[in-house]
Design a binder for this molecule. Structure first.
Ligand code: AGP
Length: 593
């Protein structure tokens, strides 16, 4: 899941725009980068390992170029080095690629028999050689591309420059790619934020599309080589939405945006769900964790069975889906390959699909039958926070909507003030945020520990999963989340003097059960951090630190409880001097399997 960008224009801004755009795409992958640009009719290719900043340094200032392509990499094939960095050049073709060519070894062998030699270990260079070969064979780029699409299996968004040709070319299949429409210049990019400094007008390429882009004209051909007209769209966000606004990190900024996000998402409309007798949630990572919170709320108050499936598992397992099962796909980016494929599979089973998505018009949003957008705005930090909370908000709304149709009013009684409580929730969340010093103190007691455990029961276990992932992915410390009752069946053997165990206790009905589990680890010397709500607040000597959070509507309590977990993770990473917004080995959207 790399980031690609291209420029064709008449304003000589090729190099500057591509480097600037790559900086906005760096959250997609950041182990190496490169650029190819035509200047004084000569092709220049510069590649560097590491961040875009090292590429910017290597390229230098004051370049006049009207045709350029660039790439920021998240290695899938071949180690991180300059040879494997993009752009790749073979014969007359120079290209950048985002995606995975699944049959690249087969194609490589064929091309080697034709005399092609390869400098890198990448699938992308094979794609480059194949295009060069087919161009040589057909003498026509459209025909070459049609043959290319027939031969290549996998996912690819390609930006292409051909020797002696002033056009920019692009091909899109199972990997996101847009065309930015400027004045006297046009762009290709993996994502909109990369071009908002130059234009907010863009078109989305469909699978199988091939585009020929000139400074004042864009021609798009579909997979049958028919010229097609793709809808022009406007990007709602602005450059500010993708700046840190004075915060130290995007992650910190995005956590502090949560009260506003909850307000903006509260108007989301939930479609009629009365015909379904079962819900199946498919997602990955934190989105899957949001699904686990949703399962707890929807089953308890909506009284309908909910399965939560890890999308990469869902794709290859035996499924029991029918038209009475609603499949909900949750995704911030809307581009996660496994979740996208899971939606396509669910539709083949005749199940209706609903997307809970943050990025407008993204692939999953366009693939699902229906979509509810989380209005979290652009989320730049790789570790999701505000989008996760907005997903939980939508799921709480689904639970409330179903509960209203439920005959058992006893459950409805518990949540009947949901809509009012949702209105006042941003105030409570702001109070939690203002308590930052408490979370810093907790982070100071655990940031130098090697193992950190999170435990909880029911919905608190689902929150523990997300708290643990947040801490792991940005601080690189080993952390696990456990159902509190499960600990004594093995894992408790890892607990020793001062091992941090963060216990989340917000469900009064089972609070004493989790507290007894906390006492078990306390008695083995653990550093127990007890996070609870003011309707439970038990005094006792089983914890070193206690955090008491305000109790609110049970459907909304997770949105209060998650904030300290996000900020504790943030400060643990900060005290460990980690690259919080771009953790190693990660990328914001996982567009490969
Ligand atoms: C979360 O912080 C991670 N970035 C990752 O687990 C993420 O949630 C997962 O890749 C799913 O991404 P999506 O919501 O864009 O589909």
């Amino acid at each position: 899941m790399c980031g690609i960008l291209g420029y064709v224009g008449s304003n000589n801004k090729g190099v500057k725009s591509v480097l600037n755009g790559l900086q906005h795409l760096e959250y997609r992958g950041y182990d190496s980068a490169g650029i190819a640009y035509i200047e004084d009719s000569k092709l220049n290719i510069i590649k560097e390992t590491g961040r875009i900043s090292s590429l910017v340094e290597a390229v230098g200032e004051n370049h006049d170029s009207n045709l350029a392509i660039g790439h920021t990499r998240w290695a899938t094939h071949g180690i991180v080095n300059k040879d494997n960095a993009h752009p790749h050049r073979v014969g007359r073709v120079t290209l950048v690629h985002n995606g995975i060519i699944e049959n690249y070894m087969e194609l490589k062998k064929e091309l080697q028999t034709l005399g092609y030699k390869f400098n890198s270990k990448t699938d992308s260079e094979v794609a480059c050689a194949l295009l060069d070969y087919l161009l040589g064979k057909t003498g026509n780029i459209n025909e070459a591309v049609s043959l290319f699409e027939k031969k290549v299996q996998g996912a690819y968004a390609l930006g292409i420059i051909i020797d002696g040709d002033d056009n920019l070319y692009a091909i899109k299949k199972n990997s996101p790619l847009i065309i930015g429409l400027g004045k006297g210049e046009n762009f290709i990019a993996s994502d909109v934020p990369a071009i908002v400094d130059y234009t907010n007008k863009y078109i989305i390429l469909e699978d199988g599309d091939f585009a020929k882009i000139q400074s004042d004209k864009v021609s798009v051909y579909d997979s049958k080589n028919n010229i097609v007209n793709r809808k022009t769209r406007l990007f709602e966000g602005d450059a500010l939405s993708i700046s840190k606004c004075g915060y130290d990190h995007f992650m910190q900024k995005e956590i502090y945006e949560e009260p506003e996000v909850i307000k903006n998402t509260s108007s989301a409309e939930i479609p009629d769900l009365s015909k379904y007798n079962r819900i199946c949630i498919v997602a990955c990572g934190s989105a899957m964790h949001a699904g686990l919170v949703g399962k707890s709320l929807i089953e308890k108050y909506g009284n309908i069975p909910v399965d939560v499936e890890i999308a990469s598992e869902f794709r290859y397992k035996k499924l029991f889906l029918d038209d009475k099962t609603l499949v909900i796909a949750i995704s911030q980016s809307g581009e996660t390959a496994d979740t996208l494929e899971a939606v396509k599979i669910a539709k083949r089973y005749g199940s209706d699909t609903l997307g809970i998505i943050n990025v407008k018009e993204s692939s999953i949003a366009r693939e699902t039958d229906n979509v509810v957008y989380t209005n979290a705005g652009s989320e730049i930090a790789v570790a999701t926070t505000k989008a996760y909370s907005a997903q939980v908000e939508i799921l709480s709304k689904i639970a409330y909507t179903l509960a209203k149709n439920e005959k058992d009013s006893s459950k409805l009684k518990e949540i009947k003030t949901y809509l009012e409580d949702l209105k006042s929730l941003p105030i409570i969340m702001q109070e939690i945020l203002d308590n930052e010093e408490e979370y810093k103190k907790i982070a100071q007691t655990i940031y130098n520990q090697k193992d950190i455990f999170f435990i909880g029961r029911g919905i608190d276990y689902a929150l523990a999963m997300e708290g643990s992932l947040k801490l792991k992915e940005i601080s690189y410390l080993h952390s696990e989340a456990y159902a509190a009752g499960e600990l004594k069946h093995g894992t408790i053997s890892l607990v020793e003097e001062n091992t941090p165990v963060i216990g989340i206790v917000s469900d009064k009905a089972i609070a004493d059960k989790t507290i007894s589990n906390l006492k078990e680890v306390d008695s083995r010397g653990a550093n127990v951090i007890y996070i609870t709500t003011d309707d439970i607040d038990t005094n006792g000597d089983f914890y070193k630190t206690k955090l008491v959070l305000p109790q609110t509507n049970p459907l909304l309590q997770p949105l209060v409880n998650i904030i300290p977990l996000q900020l504790i993770a943030y400060y643990v990473a900060k005290y460990n001097k980690c690259d919080i917004d771009k953790p190693r080995n990660l990328a914001k959207s996982v567009t490969v399997e």
